[in-house]
Write a protein that binds this ligand. Sequence first.
Ligand code: ADE
Length: 248
Amino acid sequence: MKTAIVTLFPELVDGFLTTGVLGRAVRDGRLECARFNPRNYAHDARKTVDDRPFGGGAGMVMMVEPLGEAVSAARSAVPEGAPVVFLSPQGERFDHRIAAELAALEGFVLVAARYEGVDERFVERHVDRELSIGDYVLSGGELAALVVLDSAVRLLPGVVGNPDSITRESHVDGLLDYPQYTRPETHTTGRTPEVLLSGNHGAVATWRKREALGRTWLRRPDLLLDRELGEDDRALLASYIRDTAGAS
Ligand code: ADE
């Protein structure tokens, strides 16, 4: 996959592109991520990239031209037709579904802005998709760009060593993850649930499904509204709810 990030602070993203899952994807040649700094496309000797907002108000606004020229350069580093994704709190809410959509592409450009915003004409002219990673404001789009890149790249074939860990993890099937345990079996903090030590794969799978449904019901009921549960899942969830109500 060929990607590019437009940022005033390329050094902020460098660590993520040389470490961990993203670092390995780059070294294995599965991911390219070129960096483009709008400051290099500024038109004056002082390398200005922002100015005061028309109409007044606090803060500075990123100007159309340096940002637009950096995006045009970035487009040449990604496959023809790859979308330009702008990170901003005004965007569509990012989730696993969008990560999977991006992972299916040959590439994309991520645009991270700083300061209080960007000239709207930049968005109209250069941006194909605007994404927000949540209802809060970051000081810049770099963290959001890395969230989007990381969650998409780990879905690429071969990037995460064991493909099972991707198909099983939270949000992939619209549910939260079940609890995990490892050695020691017994500890001062508690005992591992017996079923996980039983060697009975069917019972383990049922227990995990019930925990995943139950946790989702407790912590993120909104996720259950979006999906139709089958009869077996409804029975598992009902038994979880009965036990939880009985325990409280
Ligand atoms: N830039 C600043 N805040 C952001 C957010 N919540 N999501 C995406 N980009 C951002």
